[in-house]
Ligand binder design. Structure first.
Ligand code: L34
Length: 292
């Protein structure tokens, strides 16, 4: 059996097209959706991701403002910038690209953003709302995952979803989303992490296996049940002298060995990454609607 390849790039393009229609509608009501992306420092991966976000905004009709700061900016300066953006009624979404330089407290910065402009869904108010099933802004990466599964014709309701990883950005919000009622959720959910004993015992029971560990090619064929849907959240840059950029991107799943066993699988690149950016467009539109 060969797996169905879940084409994140294609599904992301569909979602951006939907977001464009919604943006056009808002613009016709004299609301110009506007996202501010704040980039601190020179991390090459962060620069690339922010670049994709700005490009997606252009395509979608969302106004984007990219604010860049040197790595040495003080936390106090960054905080006052966030305060200004919070107070600016023409700004609907604020995203501070992570990771931040070591001298900054990422939690404090995240909490400074007005929850109604928190298009990352990282603010504790949004985390809490998600966990009790209230409508809110939800983190882009995990929010894109049920979208890509369901749009690939795979049912989620009643399935056993196993998430590997418990980060605040992916693992934990993924658990909250999957356990909710609804067509794009309603799963039985297991969370595995570095403290899990006999990890493969759990992962082999997954109908839907979501790998968000941050270890290149961690998930091997013997950890996957035949026919499972495998979602690879990892984006690891691995040195490769044969590539023009000097590195290749690999996921947290050993694609070559897992693909023949899986029922469906997401590639890296071209899987979860582009969906993250597309869901950011949706969140920005949602934030613009909420505020007007
Ligand atoms: N605040 N920080 C904040 N919000 C986020 O949602 C993110 N994330 C993660 C890192 N920091 C963040 C992103 O935007 C990861 N991430 C992200 C965004 C886009 C892509 C990957 C990760 C992406 O477009 N990936 C492409 C390939 C990119 C490449 O060639 O390097 C892909 O096809 O997977």
């Amino acid at each position: 059996m060969t797996a169905k390849i879940i084409d994140g790039k294609k599904i992301a393009a569909e979602i951006r097209a939907e977001a464009k229609l919604e943006a056009d509608e808002l613009i016709s009501q004299n609301i110009q959706p506007c996202l501010v992306v704040v980039l601190v420092g020179e991390d090459p991966a962060s620069k690339a991701y922010v670049g994709s976000k700005v490009k997606a905004c252009e395509e979608t009709g969302i106004k984007s403002i990219k604010v860049t700061h040197p790595a040495g900016i003080s936390e106090a300066e960054l905080m006052s910038e966030i305060d200004r953006l919070n107070a600016d009624n023409s700004v609907h979404g604020i995203l501070v690209q992570l990771p931040l330089p070591k001298h900054m407290d990422e939690d404090a910065v995240t909490e400074r953003i007005d929850p109604s402009k928190d298009v990352d869904g990282f603010h504790p108010v949004n985390v809490g709302k998600l966990s009790i099933g209230l409508d809110c802004l939800t983190p882009c990466t995990p929010t894109g995952i049920p979208e890509m599964i369901v749009r690939s014709g795979i049912e989620m309701s009643g399935k056993h979803a196993v998430v590997i990883g418990r980060s605040n950005i992916v693992g934990k919000p993924m658990m909250s989303l999957l356990v909710q009622k609804g067509e794009k959720a309603n799963c039985t959910v297991t969370c595995c992490h570095s403290g899990t004993k006999d990890l493969a015992y759990f992962t082999r029971q997954a109908d839907i296996l979501i790998a968000a560990i941050g270890v290149p090619e961690f998930v091997k064929a013997d950890m996957v049940k035949e026919g499972a849907t495998v979602i690879d959240v990892g984006i690891n840059r691995v040195d490769d002298a044969t590539k023009p950029r000097g590195y290749k991107l690999v996921g947290d799943v050993d694609y070559a060995s897992v693909e023949p066993i899986a029922g469906a699988i997401t590639p890296v690149p071209g899987g979860v990454g582009p969906m993250t950016v597309a869901m950011l467009m949706k969140n920005t539109i949602k934030a613009a609607r909420m505020r007007g």
